[in-house]
Write a protein that binds this ligand. Structure first.
Ligand code: TRP
Length: 450
């Protein structure tokens, strides 16, 4: 069975793929700007605490369920219980998860398309092809459609190659490239005038802001989004892990890489903003807060690059290349969730499944683009703000309450015969049963009410 459904061939391959899923626009774009506007190092601290105490245990729930079943989320959750109702609800959760994963991909592909467009725009700028440069960096329906489709085609192309030849091989190439590019950019930006001020904003904690409930909600959302939790992407990656693999260890590695890249991105983006200010670019909104999100990436940074002449154009190409890679290693994990389901539950051949499902998602993206102002924000909040935490709670409950304690231990022991005596086994089982669902629920309720 394992051979026919594909498997990661090495620990490095798995960690690169799962970290590739985790590291994406959320880390390089979302995290630094949120940190900037929410108390700098204090936000970082809250984020770290939540990532280790809530996101890591939830990630482990997905990896264990997936590896135990060696199957897609729907089958994995269905097979955990022999009680019909629990089993059917599990299958339903799996399907709901893959619908959410597909919807996340439908907005993610739009933003990722912009990254490619801006990279190409900088290249055109450098070559002096002004018309192409301004077309690809200006907001228009044809531009948005074209680059979204291009990005979807890349995603589908990799997924149709399969787990080993597609996901693993490309993650092993792209992730080291991403890391090196990020470190080089960071080192370069830190040498520019104004960078130190940005560093100060990033590293001086303002605890006043960091302990507010809103901020904790934001940090939890960021941590869940960043580790790709809830929708079954990590579950399906876990299902491709060989039984000999030590799950808590590889899960820990993935969490660490994810956090490390987010923290590094902070060392790039915040200093870059203050370099921009030093060069005369406006970086504060009229209300006095730092510009963030799309304005930051698509206005402030390009304006900064423009003040830097030819080196600026080069840095710009490299920067948007970095963003595109980060997005691609994440988008493939989103598409794998529904594709694995179609292959295993409906016997559709992988290549066909990838193009068919990818095609539908591209159509949904196109629909969003037609009424961007209304639909984009709606889909983002429906999926990431509401569905992801809810699904996260259900997955923790299935790992903690539905899956037999014995089965859990057996699963852990395969990769580590001494698992029973380890710290993980002492803490995690009750933690994922009680603490995770309760805290996620509390934060979730507050975010709905507030
Ligand atoms: N974690 C990725 C990021 O930080 C995005 C991502 C990939 C994702 N797969 C996911 C988010 C599944 C939610 C669910 O950009």
């Amino acid at each position: 069975m394992a051979a026919s459904r594909g498997e990661f061939s090495s620990r490095f391959g798995f960690v690169m793929a799962a970290a590739g899923s985790a590291v994406g626009l959320g880390n390089i774009w979302g995290f630094p700007t949120q940190a900037a506007s929410n108390g700098g190092a204090a936000f970082l601290l809250v984020y770290l605490v939540l990532a280790f105490t809530l996101a890591y245990p939830a990630l482990m729930a997905e990896l264990i369920i997936g590896r135990h079943a060696h199957a897609n989320a729907t089958r994995a959750l269905r097979s955990l219980s022999s009680r019909p109702l629990v089993s059917r609800f599990g299958a339903f959760t799996g399907i709901f998860g893959l619908v959410v994963a597909s919807l996340i991909l439908s907005f993610y592909a739009i933003v990722a398309g912009w990254m490619i467009a801006f990279g190409l725009g900088s290249l055109a700028q450098l070559l002096g092809i002004e018309s192409v440069a301004s077309w690809s960096t200006g907001f228009s329906l044809p531009r948005n459609l074209l680059f979204m489709l291009l990005f979807m085609a890349l995603t589908i192309g990799i997924i149709s190659e399969g787990v080993h030849r597609g996901i693993e091989r490309w993650s092993e190439r792209l992730m080291p490239a991403l890391l090196i590019t990020l470190l080089l950019l960071m080192a370069y930006v830190l040498t520019l005038d104004g960078a130190m001020q940005g560093l100060r904003v990033y590293l001086l904690p303002d605890f006043h802001r960091a302990l507010s409930p809103d901020l904790i909600i934001a940090a939890l959302g960021a941590a869940f989004f960043s580790l790709s939790l809830g929708v079954g992407t990590m579950l399906i990656y876990g299902s491709y892990l060989p039984d000999r693999e030590n799950l808590p260890l590889v899960g820990g590695m993935v969490t660490l890489v994810d956090i490390f890249i987010a923290v590094c991105a902070g060392f790039l983006i915040l200093p870059a903003m203050y370099v921009a200010m030093h060069n005369g670019v406006e970086i504060f909104s009229p209300s006095g807060s730092l510009l963030s999100e799309d304005t930051l990436i698509f206005t402030v940074l390009p304006e900064l690059f423009a003040t830097m002449g030819v080196p600026g154009a080069l840095v710009s190409i490299v920067f948007f290349f970095l963003m595109s890679i980060a997005a691609l290693t994440s988008s493939i994990s989103m598409l794998e969730a529904p594709v694995a389901y179609a292959i295993e539950e409906h016997g559709i051949e992988r290549r066909k499944a990838a193009w068919f499902i990818g095609g539908i998602i591209a159509l949904v993206s196109a629909g969003i683009l037609l009424d961007f102002g209304t639909l984009f924000g709606l889909v983002v909040s429906l999926t990431t703000r509401y569905s992801q935490p809810l699904l996260g709670i259900i997955l923790c409950i299935y790992a903690g309450w539905v899956m037999q304690r014995n089965a859990l231990l057996q699963e852990l022991k395969q990769g580590n015969p001494r698992a029973e005596h380890g710290l993980f086994w002492k803490i995690w089982p009750w933690y994922v049963r009680v603490v995770c669902p309760a805290i996620i629920l509390a934060i979730f309720t507050r975010s709905i009410l507030g």
